[in-house]
Ligand binder design. Structure first.
Ligand code: MP5
Length: 221
């Protein structure tokens, strides 16, 4: 069994919570309040902005056979930002002057810290889990959402054949990387795998609750 399959099984309790999250179910069923979806849009726009330098930071250490795919993902992410802007304009969501929430801020710091302080295989693990979580999550939404929904373009973005091909590439490459490292590094990859899955869960929860920063959300009495 490859590393990715082994780890997906190990973190299944977290993964199940991601895939059964009410944010995804309500989006699938067309009952998500627009303001709740807008929370996600505003925060994920910032996340994708930060994902671009994260992937770029992997490039200097990437083996030659990863370079084309990693480099090719950058213009795709720039296009994704355009999708956010187009949808935001269409439905009247303001993407300007948004501050990252606590969870988003922590997740982005974790991405960048992984790229700069962990091994290439470790940082690559984080990339795989983040992308796989989005593919699986949006497949849940795809299973029931009305194709006329104003949110459907996001569903299409992360469930397209092209995105699936990217996630497949990441999965195969992650398994190869894991086969080539020692036990200590593999353990660290497993830790990063689970941490990333937890951040993904926390991100849906943050979007669903609209939480910003602990201690600052409520009006002071
Ligand atoms: C992704 C994302 C997918 N947009 N947001 C979160 C919280 N996790 C994963 O990454 P990308 O770079 O948009 O494909």
């Amino acid at each position: 069994m490859g590393f990715s399959t082994e780890q997906l099984q190990r973190v299944q309790p977290v993964w199940d919570r991601i895939l059964s999250h009410r944010f995804l179910q309500q989006t699938r069923d067309g009952v998500i309040p627009q303001e709740t979806f807008a929370n996600w849009m505003r925060q994920d726009y910032l996340f994708v902005e930060a994902a671009i330098p994260f992937i770029a930071a992997l490039m200097p250490r990437a083996p030659l056979e990863h370079r084309q795919a990693l480099g090719g993902s950058l213009p795709v992410l720039e296009k994704e930002l355009e999708l956010f802007k187009e949808r935001a304009k269409k439905v009247g969501v303001d993407l300007e002057d948004v501050e990252p929430s606590f969870v988003n801020h922590a997740y982005v710091q974790f991405l960048l810290a992984s790229a700069y302080t962990k091994s290439y295989a470790g940082a690559f693990t984080v990339l795989y889990v983040a992308e796989k979580a989005y593919y699986d999550s949006w497949m849940v939404v795809r299973a029931g959402i009305d194709h006329e929904s104003i949110w459907f373009p996001f569903v299409e973005n992360w469930t397209s054949d092209a995105f699936r091909g990217w996630v497949d590439f990441l999965q195969t490459s992650l398994d190869e990387l894991a086969d080539g490292v020692g036990a200590g590094e593999r353990r660290e990859m497993a830790t990063l795998f689970e941490l990333t899955a937890r951040y993904e869960l926390a991100f849906w929860e943050m979007a669903a609750t609209g939480s910003g920063w602990p201690g600052l959300d409520e009006e002071v009495a």
